[in-house]
Write a protein that binds this ligand. Structure first.
Ligand code: NAD
Length: 311
């Protein structure tokens, strides 16, 4: 199949390579020369513009940083430029409102389009083991499904337009909150002189268990190997967790949902990622802020915490 792939960064690069490996004719465009050169070396054909990528496409896949990039690319280079028969698939994590608007504009121009954000990081994008949460009509989902299956281990139809993004941010709001709660529990266990491996052995089999504890433990040397064992390098950056929490808070406001834990998680990740310079660390690195062992990198500026705040 002829596939236009726009956005070949950390995630898109691996996804496009998997499509090329599966025998598809992948026409790749990115603003970054490095990203284009890497995509070409991994089997895609590089093209000079997004319009050229989509010109004869049977499917258009975008993997871009945020809603404004998706809006711009669809407005200037996809709608009216790709053949009307092409299935449009946006895999970026963006706000629910923009996803719905873009799918509606595509529908008005007679295209089928889905939002299909992913769970799983760079390793899952490389390994073709992503989970896709898909929003759109049944017809659009059926068209997108086989392509998504060649890049992932699970492809789930979440509901109508925007439902993929809604599922993604609800999931990541839960993940941010459980990670912070897990960090707090380990930091307190330490102060109460509990052996941390023993606490893990107990809690991972008791009611406090969560994915943040058993699969992604924030304590080095405890549980399976995680970014904690690499000084919180690699993994899922705190900056990206913060981006998803901000999207979640926007959606909560729009839907009038009460999300006090999500709001607190956003506040704490803002402090860790922005004020304390932890943006590039894995999101489980926030444990170092919670147990007071974080040393901000040179130049990071930490404003005084609000009165009464522990963080
Ligand atoms: P990235 O910044 O590495 O890649 C984005 C790419 O888009 C860059 O190469 C950039 O040059 C390109 N780009 C930006 N504007 C463009 C335009 N107008 N035309 C063409 N190319 C353009 O980001 P990433 O880590 O690959 O993430 C992509 C999306 O996936 C984001 O929405 C992110 O939230 C989501 N996501 C990331 C991860 C992760 O672990 N990195 C996990 C799940 C979801």
């Amino acid at each position: 199949m002829r596939i236009a792939f726009i956005g070949l960064g950390n995630m898109g690069g691996g996804m496009a390579a998997n499509l090329a490996r599966a025998g598809h004719d992948v026409r790749a465009f990115d603003l970054s020369e490095d990203a284009l050169a890497r995509a070409e070396s991994r089997g895609a054909k590089r093209v000079a513009t997004a319009e050229e990528a989509v010109a004869e496409a049977e499917a258009v896949i975008t993997m871009l940083p945020a809603g404004k990039h998706v809006r711009e690319v669809y407005e200037t280079s996809v709608i009216g430029k790709a053949p009307a028969s092409a299935i449009l698939i946006d895999c970026s994590t963006i706000d629910v409102a923009t996803a719905r608007e873009e799918i509606e504009k595509a529908r008005a121009a007679t295209y089928l389009m889905v939002d299909a954000p992913v769970s799983g990081g760079i390793a899952a994008a490389e390994g073709g083991t992503l989970t896709f949460m898909v929003g759109g009509t049944e017809e659009a989902f059926k068209r997108a499904q086989p392509l998504l299956e060649s890049m992932g281990k699970a492809v789930i139809h979440a509901g109508s337009a925007g439902a993929g993004q809604a599922a993604k941010i609800c999931n990541n709001m839960l993940l941010g909150a459980t990670m912070i709660a897990t960090c707090e529990a380990f930091a307190m266990a330490k102060k109460l002189d509990l052996d941390l491996q023993t606490f893990f052995d107990i809690s991972s089999k008791a009611s406090g268990q969560s994915w943040s504890m058993t699969s992604y433990c924030p304590v080095p040397g405890v549980g399976p190997e995680t970014p904690a064992d690499r000084d919180y390098e690699g993994g899922f950056a705190a900056a990206l967790m913060l981006k998803d929490l901000r999207l979640a808070m926007e959606a909560a406001q729009a839907a009038d949902a009460y999300t006090p834990m999500g709001a607190r998680a956003e506040e704490l990740y803002t402090r860790f990622a922005e004020a304390l310079g932890g943006a590039g660390k894995d999101f489980s690195g926030i444990i170092k802020m919670i147990d007071d062992s974080w040393v901000p990198p040179e130049g990071a500026h930490a404003p005084a915490p609000p009165i009464g705040a522990k963080v």
